[in-house]
Design a protein around this ligand. Structure first.
Ligand SMILES: *Cc1c(COP(=O)(O)O)cnc(C)c1O
Length: 399
């Protein structure tokens, strides 16, 4: 098998994907960032500071939990949850903001900007910015500002400024465009903290590296708790950061099957989804080449998903590479299947999962059914569902 640990190359390519497709004015700041990251990732003080915050502030390591009751109910393989929902702020996003905002301080930057969709990366950025005493501006589509009012208030409480974005579809992709625009204008003092494994090089690599602790811990915990590596890994894929975090340390373990689950929305056939790997084609968006949801004229299509956090028409370039190499199997689950898994896990395990996470859980159910009791599946429980209960209640009222 290939060695999957050698990507990206020095130009930021994962096979034909990734790279740096940006305005001339961003080439130098991206070079500066790549240089700083390559230096600090080997710096013992930096590594120790990140590690200390992850343990004392974020609450790592997170448990690998055997969901016995749910496994029994399904009647197939044993399902384990990697509990990223137990992190401070309730999801995996904070693993990355701790790393990036500490790096910003080391680089002497005095202002953080971030984009957010559902608000989780915005909250994680505002949280770490408050802790490290650095001003934070969060770009958020106007539509998401209205849909996610509580997260907007949470960011404001934490001292961040939330800027509603009125362009385009007024959602995550437009917020990303606006943040990039801000960065072009303010590169000298500003650090742009991207929330997933997308964007121009070095972001996909850097965010993956800050998230790979999920998979590193899972590997150690599996050896201890199962006496071996798991048979399969499953994670939901929006931009793809929780998935890359879990998958990466296992990529060279041929015996471990890996599944990435996109948002099937109302269905792929109905063209109402957010599944670029299952139903898109390669193109360029937000500074990198990757699978995108595009129409025949090359226009980016609107997305549709029950979860705001997966509502993105692109995906991190490393996933595009892993798809074409057939190392990871990408699939999708639909809104109906997602809600069913959401209720089932809540009722049987007493854990309310995020709707994003519920996409992975819905697929775990399908996969587990066809496997025998001796097989082990690890699902990345990427975040808790408290933020989603209003959406779920609204759906209940409609039906
Ligand atoms: C943001 C988010 C996601 C999607 O982002 P990825 O970069 O694909 O991980 C998934 N789950 C939760 C709980 C999130 O907050």
């Amino acid at each position: 098998m290939k060695n999957f640990f050698q990507h990206p190359d020095s130009q930021g390519y994962f096979g034909q994907f990734g790279g740096r497709f940006v305005a001339e004015s961003l080439i130098y700041p991206l070079e500066e960032l790549a240089k700083a990251y390559n230096h600090y990732k080997k710096d013992p003080d930096f590594i120790a500071e990140v590690g200390d915050l992850l343990s004392s502030y974020v609450g790592r390591p997170t448990p690998l939990y055997h969901a016995k009751k749910w496994s029994e109910k399904i009647g197939g393989a044993q399902i384990y949850f990697k509990r990223e929902d137990l992190n401070h702020t309730g999801a995996h996003k904070v693993n990355n903001t701790v790393g990036q905002i500490l790096l910003a301080k080391k680089m002497g930057k005095t202002r953080i900007i971030a984009e957010t969709g559902a608000g989780q990366h915005g909250v994680a950025s505002a949280t770490v910015s408050a802790l490290l005493d650095i001003p934070c501006v969060v770009y958020m589509g106007e539509k998401d500002v209205a849909r996610q009012a509580i997260n907007v208030y949470r960011m404001q409480l934490l001292g961040a400024e939330v800027v509603p974005v009125k362009s385009g579809t007024k959602t995550l992709k437009d917020a990303l465009n606006e943040a990039l625009r801000d960065w072009v204008t303010n590169v000298d003092d500003t650090f742009y903290a991207i929330g997933t494994v997308a964007g121009p090089h070095p972001y996909p690599e850097m965010v993956r590296d800050f998230q790979k602790i999920i998979g590193e811990e899972t590997r150690e915990q599996s050896k201890k708790q199962l006496g071996k590596l798991p048979d399969a890994l499953i994670a939901c894929v929006g931009g793809g950061s929780n998935a890359m975090g879990l998958f990466y340390p296992f990529l060279n373990d041929e015996e471990v099957k890996i599944y990435g689950v996109e948002a099937g929305g109302l269905g792929i056939a109905k063209n109402a989804h957010a599944a670029p790997l299952c139903a898109g084609k390669p193109g360029i968006l937000h500074g990198n080449k990757t699978y995108l949801m595009m129409d025949d004229d090359g226009q980016i299509m609107d997305t549709q998903s029950v979860s705001a956090g997966l509502d993105y028409p692109g995906v991190g370039p490393e996933h595009s590479y892993l798809k074409d190499e057939s190392r990871v199997e990408y699939t999708y689950t639909t809104d109906d299947e997602v809600l069913e898994a959401f209720y089932e896990v809540t009722r049987t395990e007493g854990i309310i999962p995020a709707l994003e996470t519920s996409h992975a859980l819905a697929y775990a159910k399908k996969l587990s059914k066809n496997l025998d009791k001796g097989k082990n599946i690890v699902v990345c429980l990427s975040g808790r569902g408290d933020k989603d209960i209003d959406s779920v209640r609204a759906i209940e009222k409609q039906t």
